[in-house]
Design a protein. Structure first.
Length: 296
């Protein structure tokens, strides 16, 4: 009996040591959502910018991010950890610590619902609401393996943040249209964007906005426009519906699919657009085919 009591006492002491001192967080919130890790990542960053009392998000990698939110005399440290449950569902663990009041929080939490807990629940619930609102405005479906089409193309090269891509396309759509139409050059397909460099850490890209054309010696010369042959590649394919500003959500869905199915890909997606945003209408009817090249 004494041995049992001693063992229980030791276990209790170890637990209290871990809970009160060693445990690296004060409070944990967990939730699951039907979307990719990257979509959560991007929504989290945009939501954070809307908060008045928060520091900029710090990204360790796509799935691990931290932020600090000031509440009265406290600074709450949030660590967001995203993992994939399967191809379509992600799990988010939110570890929160208030370093100035950590010990008091850990003692109080098991016995009452503290203001610290209420604030965390409110904050995480607000993020979840923003995420669900965003997901209502887009549709992403991974189709599987396919091959992109080869074509000759007129294009304009640009670089910037992912969220600026659609604006760059709109700013150069009229340029490409006017220069080509002036020489009666007709498009040989729908416009597409070729990503030539993607920095996932800081959400920046280099890309070509392309108009497929038939190669000839009479293509108009303009210092702003270049021409080249695009050669098709084997790729993973997804269908995206929604505003083209957030078509990169399909990139992340393809990355998750590749990871979960042990497929090596080259992070240089290709987007083929089948709708003209200038015509307006229901954004959920705008369609694009998104491809992620497979490494041979």
């Amino acid at each position: 009996m004494k041995k049992i009591t001693t063992i229980i006492g030791l276990l209790l002491a170890v637990f209290l040591l871990w809970y009160l001192i060693i445990k690296p967080y004060d409070y944990l919130v967990t939730f699951k959502v039907k979307t990719s890790a990257g979509t959560i990542n991007q929504t989290l960053k945009l939501w954070n910018k809307s908060l008045e009392n928060s520091t900029p998000i710090q990204q360790e990698n796509l799935r691990n991010l931290t932020q600090q939110i000031t509440v009265k005399d406290s600074t709450h440290h949030y660590k967001w950890s995203i993992s994939s449950v399967n191809d379509s569902i992600s799990k988010v663990n939110v570890y929160v610590t208030d370093k100035e009041h950590s010990f008091a929080n850990r003692i109080s939490i098991p016995f009452s619902t503290t203001d610290f807990e209420k604030r965390i629940e409110y904050t995480v619930t607000d993020l979840i609401a923003k995420l669900k609102e965003h997901l209502k405005k887009i549709k992403v479906a991974v189709v599987g393996k396919d091959t992109t089409k080869s074509t000759y193309t007129a294009y304009v090269s640009m670089k910037g943040l992912q969220i600026e891509k659609a604006r760059g396309m709109m700013n150069n759509y009229s340029l490409l249209t006017s220069v080509l139409s002036a020489e009666n050059i007709k498009m040989n397909g729908t416009p597409f964007v070729e990503i030539t460099h993607w920095n996932i850490q800081n959400d920046s890209i280099h890309y070509n906005f392309c108009f497929p054309v038939i190669k000839s010696d009479s293509l108009p010369k303009d210092p702003r426009i270049q021409y080249k042959q695009y050669n098709g590649v084997k790729a993973l394919k997804a269908t995206y519906n929604g505003n083209y500003i957030t078509s990169d959500r399909a990139w992340y869905a393809l990355l998750d699919y590749a990871m979960n199915n042990d497929i090596k890909v080259d992070n240089k997606p290709l987007e083929v657009f089948y709708s003209n945003p200038n015509f307006g209408g229901d954004e959920l009817l705008w369609e694009a085919q998104i491809y992620m090249p497979i490494k041979e």
